[in-house]
Design a protein around this ligand. Structure first.
Ligand code: 5GP
Ligand code: ZN
Length: 115
């Protein structure tokens, strides 16, 4: 996807503060963090969202989820962290390239505010 922001970051066309990289995935700090540690994990090939994931994406999805605790620990989140995957406009997704948010290091509020 030539006009996708995270594809451009994955290709190195737009700079990021890298946390981790291999042939399949990239992790980088969120530009507008909501907590002291806030990074994003993305697959390098474009996938719009979790809603478009298919059976052949299983290994990639597993890799992202297994990397989350490893990288969180390396970023100092020994006490735990939150993972968030916003999916589609109804899920609050703003960048339409699948990404896992890893958030922690502060006072993490309840995930959804109850009235
Ligand atoms: P979403 O709302 O789609 O789940 O999250 C998109 C995230 O991408 C937001 O937390 C936003 O701050 C982050 N973001 C948007 N543009 C950029 C950028 O150019 N660089 C980085 N590092 N993060 C970005
Ligand atoms: Zn993309």
């Amino acid at each position: 996807m030539s006009d996708c922001l995270f594809c451009k970051i994955a290709k190195g066309e737009i700079p990021c503060r890298k946390v981790y990289e291999d042939d399949d995935v990239l992790a980088f700090h969120d530009i507008n963090p909501v907590a002291p540690v806030h990074f994003l994990l993305i697959p390098k090939p474009h996938l719009t969202s979790l809603a478009e994931a298919e059976t052949h994406h299983a290994a990639m999805l597993g890799k992202l989820l297994l990397l989350a605790p490893k990288l969180a620990k390396e970023q100092g989140l020994s006490d735990g962290f939150r993972t968030v995957i916003n999916t589609g406009r109804g899920g609050g997704q703003e960048v339409f390239h699948l990404h896992v948010h890893v958030i922690g290091g502060g006072n993490i509020p309840p995930m959804v505010k109850r009235n």
